[in-house]
Design a protein around this ligand. Structure first.
Ligand code: AMP
Ligand code: MG
Length: 426
């Protein structure tokens, strides 16, 4: 048997980041940057007010307090996008709204809540201020967020909504990013049918192909449906060839165990450079990985995933997803699904067999912020129902399992349920 680490290492050694290209930031969400984003201008570009209120010279508020306000004439109004047309003189105030440029001559803003408008019947405009402020009060300095020349984020960083926002704030209209890998998915097996028609004896429905296409999309890849192929050498070779010609990686499911009619194995051995592994895990023991040649002298990574539905999903999570993330340019410390410390809310039993077991569990985040896991049902590798109920995979090292209350590591497959957390206002 191959150790899990060896198998992962072998897969990653056969996957390298796709060549980066320029992308519009709005189309780059989830992509990994290959170059730094450096601020060419200051953000904010000018000093502005963080509050609605009055722009003043702080010195003119000296001694102001409730009951003994200072009164200043209001000489202008400054709104966001409409800078003042003149400077603020000594002993003057200007009405100012959030985001508006601080007028020349002003050095502070008094929030409107600490003021009272006292316009006269004669058209005179004035404001009473009952707070002494210091220079800089409620001011946002130019460049306080980002300074020219500053590297804001860069190579290896994934584009998030905030990073899309930063590029917009800086006027950057193109970033250098690794492309989303195009990933071909095929399923094999004479027993498989697609669609709702009644099953004939011996037939089952193809669930792996839609599952794997969804997993590829969830992992940030671009799924490409290579179809379902029967257990036929020529058909398998054709589908793999189409994948190698048009995709950056190919996933096939089924036909990789030791059985006589495991024709995927026959074909891949003939056309590719493959390694056939028996990984010391359960489920998902059989795994094939290697590269097959494409049309233009390049070769693409091919994953031969096991046919059992849960095995193919676990194999995807442990091997294919990290490989695809490597193609997408993610750095080494962001390839794998993290393992979180959780508490077993019930015993998770197993028998020693030299393998690490990945047990489907529900995952709940309790009111104290602790993850609690319990079995989500039958653990056979054909039982997709318990996978659909699972929020994670508990990692049980070789041995007799985990007692109730003991710590267990869990790989989260979705966000944990938070039913027992109180209202946000608590
Ligand atoms: P295989 O690896 O081809 O021997 O398949 C192992 C088991 O997984 C068999 O019970 C198959 O019927 C089942 N299986 C293979 N491919 C699929 C699929 N695409 N969808 C659902 N079950 C599958
Ligand atoms: Mg099969």
């Amino acid at each position: 048997m191959d150790s899990l680490d060896d198998a992962i290492g072998y897969v990653l050694a056969g996957c390298e980041a796709l060549a980066p290209r320029p992308v519009a930031p709005a189309a780059a969400l989830g992509l990994v940057l290959a170059g730094d984003v450096v601020a060419a201008e200051a953000v904010p570009p000018f000093a502005n007010t963080a509050m609605d209120g009055y722009a003043v010279r702080a010195a003119d508020t000296a001694g102001a307090a409730p009951g003994s306000p200072v009164t200043l004439p209001v000489v202008a109004e400054v709104a966001a996008g409409h800078p003042a047309e003149r400077a603020l003189g000594p002993g003057e105030a200007m009405r100012i709204f959030t985001g508006a440029p601080i007028p020349d001559g002003a050095d502070a803003v008094v929030m409107v809540e600490r003021t009272e408008r006292v316009d006269g019947d004669d058209g005179s405009q004035a404001v009473r201020i009952d707070l002494e402020v210091v220079p800089g009060n409620h001011l946002r300095a130019a460049g306080e967020d980002m300074k020219p020349g500053e590297r804001v984020f860069g190579a290896g960083d994934e584009v998030t909504p905030a990073r899309v926002g930063v590029t917009a704030a800086l006027g950057v209209d193109e970033v250098l990013a690794h492309p989303r890998p195009r990933v071909g998915v095929m399923s094999t097996g004479d027993e498989l049918v697609t669609g709702p028609q009644p099953l004939r004896p011996g037939q089952i429905r193809d669930s792996n192909r839609p599952t794997l296409l969804a997993l590829v999309a969830q992992a940030g890849g671009e799924p490409v449906d290579l179809g379902h192929v029967p257990d036929d050498e020529a058909a398998i070779e054709d589908a793999i060839g189409r994948g190698a010609a048009t995709c950056d990686a190919v996933l096939s499911s089924g036909g990789v165990s030791m059985g006589d009619i495991d024709l995927v194995r026959v074909v891949l051995d003939r056309i590719g450079d493959m390694r056939w592994m028996q990984v010391a895990i359960r489920p998902a023991k059989p795994l094939a990985f290697g590269r097959v040649p494409g049309p233009t002298g390049r070769s693409v990574p091919v994953f031969g995933l096991p046919g059992n539905p849960v095995s193919s999903m676990v194999s995807f999570a442990l091997f294919a997803r990290p490989g695809l993330r490597r193609l997408a340019g993610h750095p080494d410390d962001r390839l794998h699904l993290p393992r979180w410390a959780a508490v077993a809310a019930e015993p998770l039993d197993r028998r020693p067999d030299g393998k690490t077991h990945f047990v489907r569990v529900t995952v709940e985040l309790d009111a104290g912020g602790v993850l609690r896991v319990r079995s989500s049902g039958g653990q056979g590798s054909h039982q997709l129902g318990s996978m659909a109920r699972a929020g994670g995979l508990a990692v049980l090292p070789d041995g007799d399992g985990v007692a109730a209350g003991a710590t267990v590591h869990v790989i989260l497959l979705s966000e944990p349920a938070t039913a027992t957390i109180g209202p946000a206002t608590a």
